[in-house]
Design a protein around this ligand. Structure first.
Ligand code: KIV
Ligand code: ZN
Length: 498
């Protein structure tokens, strides 16, 4: 049996189902690009029938990444499959992931059906999906609590119908590792055509077993793992990518291969945690703040004598850097470049100059510049400075018992224009002034402000989506002044209208 493990990331689908963790399309593209750098094989980008936003995100992610297969989820419903196929039209390589519940609970109470009908629907949905994609994955929802003999019959039938991957989800996180491993072994031994498909694990963490179950699955013949960054997902979450990857990597005796560049793990973890506003617990394996911190005297002494005394993973392997050089307004280009290189950025001299100027602006208003701040500074590169419409100045008056008013000055093709407007708050007033200035019918569709790190002097990141003549334009800006960031992101989006 091949020892390559396919890494299927579902951060943007199962992970994103967590209440409060929803991402807008721009953020999904950012995560998808990072997943590509991390080296995942498959990105499950969404559940397109669930909302127009999810549909659009699958479309945009498909356009934005090259290497990974882009996967879209469906129920065993024709309309779902058609919509998923449509959302994948720009994907270089696409996969439709369709399925239905196979446990007694799902068949009797959710689907109000019977085993035979569910089997027929499973087969029909795979056949239908194959009309739109060569790569079709089938999931047997709640396989963890499904009867093995029936599950084997369903799996055999869907492989015959054209599924090349069969996903065995422990949807409720019920299984123990031995039990889940045996389930996979049962399928390996009792599904006659199993050699025609890859078995996939998809484990939830309700009993804290997701990583253990996934590894048990792999040891018994599964060759794809469905995982999320930081283990985010419904309820207690999904299997965490970093835990599975580093367990395989640390245990050479397991003799499995995968394409993950582990040095990108920390960056991926921080990006997902920041964008989803989902802090990582400090003692989380691999990516928690304390995962490599040794606090007791005995441990510190042991680590100083030899790291291997208390560390099974070199922090550098997962992209955790230790640096003693701190960045302040007095730091020079060399110090900035040093930090950027530790973060994995190698900038040309002119790019470094550009980032350095923005760094100085930021350092003037903020005492400690963190890695997150640097990521934002580099992330805004190529956007700031190239906007056709630039913010020259902004003055706002707001507060209790005051009518919020904004005076906005912008430059366009060398000329400077000024406008004053009022609104129900400083941002509304500023946006109205901008709209009056640009004289275009633009509608604000989405507006998201995030303070990315700690204190009140933090940078605010602002994402906007605006609509003009039926088309959507995205804007982004970051600044310690959130009203300035808001206006700049609005101008960024408007500047893209041609
Ligand atoms: O947990 C689950 O069963 C799922 C399927 C929809 C794949 O997420
Ligand atoms: Zn799931």
């Amino acid at each position: 049996m091949d020892n390559k493990i396919i890494i299927f990331d579902t951060t943007l689908r199962d992970g994103e189902q967590v209440p409060g963790c929803q991402l807008n399309t721009i953020e999904k593209i950012e995560v998808a690009r990072q997943l590509e750098s991390l080296g995942v094989d498959v990105i499950e980008a969404g559940f397109p029938i669930s909302s127009p936003g999810d549909f659009q995100s699958v479309v945009e992610v498909s356009k934005s990444v090259e290497k990974p297969v882009i996967c879209a989820l469906t129920r065993a419903v024709k309309k779902d499959i058609e919509v998923a196929a449509d959302s994948l039209k720009y994907a270089k390589r696409k996969r439709i992931h369709t399925g239905i519940g196979t446990s007694e609970y799902h068949i009797n109470y959710k689907l109000k059906s019977n085993q035979q009908d569910v089997l027929s629907r499973a087969v029909e949905s795979v056949r239908y999906a194959r009309k739109f994609a060569d790569d079709v994955e089938f999931y047997a929802e709640d396989a963890g609590r499904s009867d093995n003999e029936y599950l084997a019959r369903v799996i055999e039938a869907v492989i015959k119908a054209g599924a090349s991957t069969v996903n065995i989800p422990d949807t409720t996180g019920y299984c123990l590792p031995g039990e889940y491993g045996e389930k996979i072994a049962y399928l390996v031994n009792n599904v006659p055509n199993i050699d025609k498909a890859i078995i996939s694990t998809h484990c939830h963490n309700d009993l804290g077993m997701a990583t253990a179950n996934t590894l048990a699955g792999v040891m018994n013949g599964a060759r794809q793992v469905e995982v999320t960054i930081n283990g985010i997902g419904e309820r207690a979450g999904n299997t965490s990518l970093e835990e599975v990857v580093m367990a395989i990597r640390s245990h050479h005796d397991l003799d499995f291969e995968h394409g993950i560049d582990s040095r990108q793990i920390m960056r991926s973890s921080k990006l997902v945690s920041n964008l989803m506003r989902m802090p990582v617990q400090p003692n989380k394996a691999i990516v928690g703040r304390n995962a490599f911190a040794h606090s007791s005297g005995i441990h510190q002494d042991g680590v100083l004598k030899n790291r291997l005394n208390y560390e099974i993973i070199d922090p550098a392997e997962v992209g955790v850097r230790e640096s003693t050089i701190t960045l302040t307004a007095r730091s020079g280009r060399a110090a900035l470049n040093h930090h950027l290189q530790l973060l994995g950025y190698n900038l040309e001299t002119n790019e470094l100059d550009e980032v350095y100027n923005r760094f100085l602006d930021l350092a003037d208003g903020k005492k400690d510049i963190t890695e997150e701040d640097l990521e934002v500074l580099v992330g805004t590169k190529n956007k700031k400075g190239k906007r056709p419409v630039e913010l020259v100045s902004l003055q706002v008056v707001s507060g209790k018992s005051t009518i919020p008013t904004a005076t906005v000055q912008v430059s366009f093709k060398g000329d400077v224009f000024t406008e004053t407007a009022s609104g129900n708050g400083p941002i509304d007033a500023s946006f109205t002034a901008v709209k009056n200035l640009v004289k275009r019918r633009v509608r604000l569709e989405e507006f998201l402000i995030q303070a990315i790190t700690r204190g009140s002097d933090d940078i605010g990141k602002v994402h906007v989506q605006v609509e003009h003549k039926g088309k959507i334009y995205y804007g982004f800006a970051a600044n310690t002044d959130i009203i300035t960031a808001s206006v700049e992101s609005f101008l960024d989006a408007i500047g893209k209208i041609n």
